[in-house]
Each structure stands twice: as structure tokens, then as C-alpha cells.
Design a protein. Sequence first.
Length: 510
Amino acid sequence: MTRSWANPLRDERDKRLPRIAGPCGLVIFGVTGDLSRKKLMPAIYDLANRGLLPPGFSLVGFARREWEDQDFGQVVYEAVKQHARTPFREQVWDRLAEGFRFVQGTFDDDTAFDKLAETVAELDELRGTSGNHAFYLSIPPGAFPVVTQQLARSGLAKPTHPDQWRRVVIEKPFGHDLASARQLNKVLNDVFPEDSVFRIDHYLGKETVQNLLALRFANQLFEPIWNANYVDHVQITMAEDIGLGGRAGYYDGIGAARDVIQNHLLQLLALTAMEEPVSFRPKALRTEKIKVLEATKVIGPCAETTARGQYLGGWQGGQKVPGLLEEAGFDKNSTTETYAAITLEVNTRRWAGVPFFLRTGKRLGRRVTEIAVVFKRAPHLPFDDTATEELGQNALVVRVQPDEGVTLRFGSKVPGNQMEVRDVSMDFSYGHAFTESSPEAYERLLLDVLLGEPSLFPVNEEVELSWEILDPVLKHWQTAGKPEGYPAGTWGPEAADKMLSRTGRHWRRP
Ligand SMILES: NC(=O)c1ccc[n+]([C@@H]2O[C@H](COP(=O)([O-])OP(=O)(O)OC[C@H]3O[C@@H](n4cnc5c(N)ncnc54)[C@H](OP(=O)(O)O)[C@@H]3O)[C@@H](O)[C@H]2O)c1
């Protein structure tokens, strides 16, 4: 990968100074969208506020509204005021706003893309963006082919000098099955070489997810027991309490497994199960993740090892909420699942015989994402049965969100004259242990795009391998009738509980 700008006096290992992006600009397609307003534009301001963007940084918005540069500026202003993480500072804002430009057009409009190319060239002249530009496709995936083709046609996709870079950033869904993912990768790679494609999986931008690597590989304590000799099973959960009101267009026909398991949960599995990389260079990290994904398969038969549900109306947080089929925009006969659980095995010596249970759902008991490594019971308990009847299995739980941290669960003697052992928790919480707050995932990821640091972005091979894992389940569900209903505010359909109880286990209540 070319690096157009580097400070010769700067040692990259020196942590006293933060890494600042070199001269560059960002073009966002879909600036009127939800993602852009809630996450991208606020993250850009937060990066500017933290001094991590170059002085001439420029932001170009592309949309079909008839706006002038100032109107676009106003939209960014409102998004920043409403959603930025860091305090608003007039001086930072004024400087950032000098680099805002707006280009009006639709995706099939050659003239608009030629105008975009002119605007970008002007920015290189006027603001010193030096021919380095990232294109963020915050648009429906169906529009990726036309936009990448337009970027190629207008000459925007290719740098004009070897020291310059052009990068493209895309959001999930990366296809809806293996075949469509391959097709999408081809569309992208025909125009952008793989090292200039940045696929956002915002989970990988979270501190707690990166901390998994620190927890496992910076400590002596956990790694010796991180294997099938000691681990009974792993549960990876992403639960949301919200429903899908207003999101029918995106979600109906997609469902929980494609929306969350294919990307976020399989990435969490890869980081949990992978071997120690030889270094933290992007290639070394990717190699280990790919090895895990290659070794991962669904345990069958799917009728017993997977579960699927759709939320029904009910009460949540003291409010009456509608079921999926009553939500506006959803087909009344929709078979889209809002809950999905699957059982996987990782066929390596380290993990042989250890099931990985992955689950995700909407309108569940509460919003929580966690990875729970559940250990085997001690091989012998030199106590009376009654002394340990309240003792569960030891567990290490990485709390990804909210209340980020790590919990270790183990047995402890209850005070008193008798020997009685019960589960207790030892807790690390980011909020208590560190004074600085974690940056938003999008701050980290956008900065990495501008720095050309690809470690936290899944590559085409990872995406395709993840679909290979999930496709057999999707195929089974296609012919398995309707998903089972579950009342809003509960922890999913009965089938999910049976899926675990058949193996003599149960889901943790996060
Ligand atoms: N929102 C999230 O939190 C989230 C999370 C994960 C992934 N994503 C992904 O991120 C992308 C954007 O999501 P979103 O929620 O922001 O979507 P959205 O609210 O539906 O916005 C889509 C944007 O694309 C523009 N657009 C669509 N068709 C166009 C056309 N033919 N010509 C010009 N502009 C067009 C829309 O412009 P108009 O306003 O003119 O219609 C709008 O700005 C999608 O790929 C989505 O799957 C979003």
C-alpha cells in the first residue's frame, strides 16, 4: 500500500503523539441517510476536535437534493450538534466547515460524477488534499455497482500518481449469501484493488472487541486454559431491546442471521477462537482469522441445532409494543426472523468438541452484547453435594456493550460455619478503570481508513467464508416454515432454549 505522507521525525511506535491522517479528503454518498447523519458526520467532527484530521481535510457530500455548499454545511452542523461525542467548539467547526463541498446528482448521472471529479481536483489545488481521497458508499447496496462504475469512468477511482491513494468504504450487508457476496466482491475489486477496499464492521471498531486481543495475548493467565481441555462451550450474544419500526425496507427478507451473525458475531467468534498471530500486522491478524473461519462449520441437524423466531406484541419497558407483523411496512406474511441462534464447531485441535453458540435478536430482554467463555466443571468436588448445589460453571464474560468490561465468575465460600459454595463475580469495568472515555467505533474506523490501516476491516475472503458457514442454515430455514413467535421483552423462542437443553446446557441470562 502506498503511503503518500510520512513525518520522517516520527517513530510510529511512539505513543506520546497520536497518529494523524495525512493530507486527504472524504466523499460521502448518501449524506442524507441515517448512518451518515447519526454516525459518520459526527465522527468526522469528533476526529477534527481531537486534532486527528489534517489541516486541509475536505468533506464532499453527494446527494440528489438541490443544495448549495452552505445547505450541506447546515446538515452537517445539525448532525454534529445532535450526535457528536465531544463538546462543540466554534473554532474547530469553522475550520472544518471551510472544507465542505456539495455535489448534486443521481448515481446514473455522468455529468454529476464529472462535476465530482472537478470538485475533488479543485480541493487538491486549494486545500492541499494531495490526490488522496476516500469514497464512503453510505447507500443501499444495490447502488454499489453503478457508483463504483461511475467512480471508474470519471477517473476518480485511480490515483494519478503512485504516491496518492483512493479508497472505497462500504457497509454491510456484504451480499445476502455466498453467491451474491462473490458477485459484490467482483464488482468492487474490478475497480478497487482489495487493499483499497475498507469494509466496515463497526463491532471491530469497539474498544472492548480490540481488548479481546489484549486479554488473550498480553496476559499469561487466560491463554493456557483457552482450549478444549478447559472450555466447555462459548456463547456469543448480541441482543437488542428495540423493534424494527421504520426499518422494513432494509430488514424484511434479510433477517437476524444475515444482519448480525454473518458479520459481527462471526468476527467475534474469529477473534475469540484464533491462534496467536505472529505480529499485529494486518496480514498476520487476517491470516489467523481466516484460519478459524475456514475451520468453522455448523453442527447439524439444523432442525435441532439452530433456532429462529419472530417477535410478537407485548410489553417492554412498561410500554405496549407491536409484533413484527404489525410494524409498518412489513409483509403480513413475512417469514423474516428477528431472532436467530446457531451452533458451530471450530475444527482445530484447540477447539475440538467445544460448541460455539451464537444468538442475536430484536425486542429481547435488554440491549447487550457479550462473549461468554464457559468452563468445564472441576473434575472432582471434595465437598458434600449440598455444599455445591448452587455452584455453576466458571465463566469469563467479555462485555462488549453496554457497561463495557470483563467479568470472571467463579465459586466462593458463603460466610458461615458451614461449607457452602456459591457463584461470585470479579469485575473489570472500563468506566471505573480508565478516566478517558472510549472513542466511538466510527471515529476509530474512519481514521483508520484515512491512515490506510486495514487491521480492523474484514477482507473479501473473510466475508465469503462467513457466508459459507451460514448458507447451510439459511437453506434449511427456507424450507422449514415460519419462525416461532416469542413475546417482546423475553429472551427468544422456546426452540432456542431447547437447542441448548438438548446438549445439557442453558443460555446465560446476560
Ligand atoms: N443506519 C445504520 O445504522 C446502518 C448500519 C449498518 C449498515 N448500514 C448500511 O449503510 C448504508 C446506508 O444506510 P442508511 O441507514 O444511512 O440508509 P438510508 O437512511 O436509507 O440512506 C440511504 C442514502 O442513499 C441515498 N440514495 C439512495 N438511492 C439513491 C440514488 N439513486 N441516487 C442518489 N442517492 C441515493 C439516499 O438519498 P435520498 O435522501 O435522496 O433518498 C440516502 O442518503 C446501507 O448500505 C446500509 O445497509 C446502515
